[in-house]
Design a protein around this ligand. Structure first.
Ligand SMILES: NC(=O)c1ccc[n+]([C@@H]2O[C@H](COP(=O)([O-])OP(=O)(O)OC[C@H]3O[C@@H](n4cnc5c(N)ncnc54)[C@H](OP(=O)(O)O)[C@@H]3O)[C@@H](O)[C@H]2O)c1
Length: 249
């Protein structure tokens, strides 16, 4: 893979799961990485574990003031950045009949509105020829029960990515979308996914296992590299073949 040495990468929601593992992968390839997250303790702990030159910034990506503070911090610290990995997200499931306005707003505000305005506000910092990668989900395309808001928030993100890939092409900024299947991260517990469901999903996945954060990290680092310099507006399912399985829930 082309070198990512000294490239400056910003990862939203990088203190856990896919974001954290992707930060590790970028660092291993010589990049400089800044991660965000809502809990200062968790961000600090992750930065410490990642080691030099990882950096952190406490930000709630669904909060416009935090996004602005992040912009100002990045501008002062780095001036310009090379790649933005829009990873921060939450997954909450609830039957359609019970979804409250507060639940709807939380998912939409973090997964879509937050992503939208993070990209808009940080765009002036992204070098021409840089890249943006959006972490969506297979749910963007499935009819998974109890995921009406989650799936819609991710489908909106894919739509945004496709549009931006055209709209930002004049700056040669590439925008791509990654749709993970079921990846073994703390999110599964936070979403209340029972062990039996995990096992079931693992069993029906053609490749016979759940994904690992490293399965996503390797693609995201590739998409940020010069090896992907002709790839934009693309969507990748990283799901062990789950999408094509006839029994997907
Ligand atoms: N795991 C899967 O099976 C799977 C499947 C499809 C898609 N995804 C997507 O992958 C992304 C990463 O998820 P994960 O599995 O790695 O889950 P995770 O381990 O729970 O990590 C989520 C990260 O996002 C951060 N975050 C959440 N809300 C945030 C906000 N408002 N502002 C800033 N940071 C925020 C969390 O930090 P704080 O909570 O400390 O803020 C954490 O660092 C999400 O967008 C998720 O939808 C995951």
């Amino acid at each position: 893979m082309s070198s990512l040495k000294d490239k400056i990468i910003v990862i939203t929601g990088g203190n856990s799961g896919i974001g954290y593992t992707t930060a590790k992968a970028f660092l291993a390839k010589g990049a400089k990485v800044l991660i965000t997250g809502r809990q200062p303790g968790a961000v600090q702990k992750a930065v410490h574990a990642l080691g030099h030159p990882a950096e952190g910034f406490k930000a709630d990506q669904s909060d416009m003031n935090d996004i602005r503070r992040l912009y100002e911090y990045l501008q002062g610290r780095f001036g310009k950045i090379d790649s933005l990995f829009v990873n921060a997200g939450v997954a909450k499931l609830a039957p359609f009949e019970t979804v409250t306005e507060a639940q709807y707003d939380e998912l939409m505000n973090i997964n879509f509105k937050g992503a939208y305005f993070t990209i808009q506000q940080l765009l002036p910092l992204i070098n021409d020829g840089g890249s943006i990668t959006l972490l969506s989900a297979l749910n963007a395309y499935t009819g998974t029960p109890n995921a009406t808001v989650l799936s819609a928030s991710k489908a909106a993100l894919n739509s945004l990515g496709r549009t931006l890939s055209r709209e930002l092409a004049y700056k040669r900024i590439r925008v791509n979308i990654v749709n993970p299947g079921i990846i073994s991260t703390p999110l599964l517990e936070k979403a209340g996914l029972p062990d039996e469901t995990r096992e079931h999903l693992s069993n029906i996945t053609p490749l016979g296992r759940l994904g690992q954060p490293e399965d996503i990290a390797s693609l995201v680092t590739f998409l940020a590299s010069a090896d992907a310099s002709f790839i934009t507006g693309a969507e990748y399912n990283v799901d062990g073949g789950l999408m094509v399985h006839p029994l997907i829930a």
